[in-house]
Write a protein that binds this ligand. Structure first.
Ligand SMILES: [Zn+2]
Ligand SMILES: [Zn+2]
Length: 264
């Protein structure tokens, strides 16, 4: 797959989860629903997290690593069943970036017939960045800052990997509304600089409108800078329920216009 500047196409949705990771609904049912909803391209991207050691809780919310082949096989079957002139199913994964094992994880995945990978960060050290507001409320400013610093360090490195089609939910640490997102603007710009250099895209992820931050990922200010760098952007819902596959895509389109992105 290739993302082309300027984006966005409102009948394309490529960041979506089934109950094979932390979504609500069986994989095949999500695929059928995507076609029914009139999407032209539906990409499934269940979480693929290879923790670099003990003490991570990723098994509770990501795909069982031993099920990767079955996941691809199931989606290949669905592609045969559903694809036609108006609909195309893509096989993807949302991959967690860890400095310790990214080379081996990407090398392994390159041997599978996957259409695309999303590069995301959900952990700072062993701290789950977006798991629960309860993890954040008692943290000191210093602790929050070091979590954000490490988050962006990892995401900046992820943006240097051409194996990723795009970077997921760029300013995720703002999710619970407990940090000053503007404080990390320069960190986010470095992610954009790296993505531009690598030639990969970012997403406008509409799920943030349903979290405490009440804002899409990433902020308008970051999207303006992405446009300045001619970085392709894809609109995604990060759906964990098939009813949300196209949630707020019109609103997202207006935000991209406000950020200066030309219409397709
Ligand atoms: Zn994610
Ligand atoms: Zn996701």
């Amino acid at each position: 797959m290739k993302l082309i500047y300027p984006g966005p196409a409102l009948n394309v949705s490529c960041h979506n989860h089934s109950c094979w990771s932390d979504g609500s609904t069986e994989l095949k049912a999500v695929c059928r629903k995507g076609k029914e909803m009139g999407l032209k391209i539906l990409g499934m991207s269940d979480h693929y997290v290879v923790p670099p050691g003990d003490g991570y809780d990723s098994e509770t919310w990501s795909m069982k690593l031993s099920r990767l082949e079955e996941y691809i096989e199931t989606l290949s079957q669905m592609r045969n069943e559903l694809n036609d002139d108006h609909f195309s199913l893509k096989i993807g994964l949302e991959v967690d970036f860890f400095f310790e094992n990214i080379e081996e994880v990407l090398a392994k995945l390159s041997s599978y017939p996957l259409d695309y990978l999303i590069g995301s960060v959900h952990y700072s050290g062993k701290f789950p960045v977006d798991h629960s507001i309860d993890d954040w409320v008692d943290l000191s400013e210093e602790e929050k800052n070091s979590i954000c610093e490490e988050y962006y360090e990892k995401l900046q490195a992820a943006a240097l990997r051409k194996e990723f089609l795009f970077i997921g939910h760029l300013d995720l640490p703002k999710k619970f509304g407990l940090i000053d997102n503007g404080k990390y603007f320069s960190h986010a710009l470095k992610v954009l600089d790296n993505a531009a250099e690598t030639g990969i895209g970012i997403e406008l992820n509409t799920a943030g409108w349903y979290k405490e931050c009440n804002e899409q990922y990433p902020s308008l200010a970051i999207l303006e800078e992405a446009n300045r760098r001619k970085i392709p952007v894809i609109v995604n819902a990060d759906a964990h329920d098939p009813a949300h596959l196209k949630r707020d895509f019109e609103r997202a389109s207006a935000i991209l216009k406000a950020a200066g992105y030309p219409e397709r």
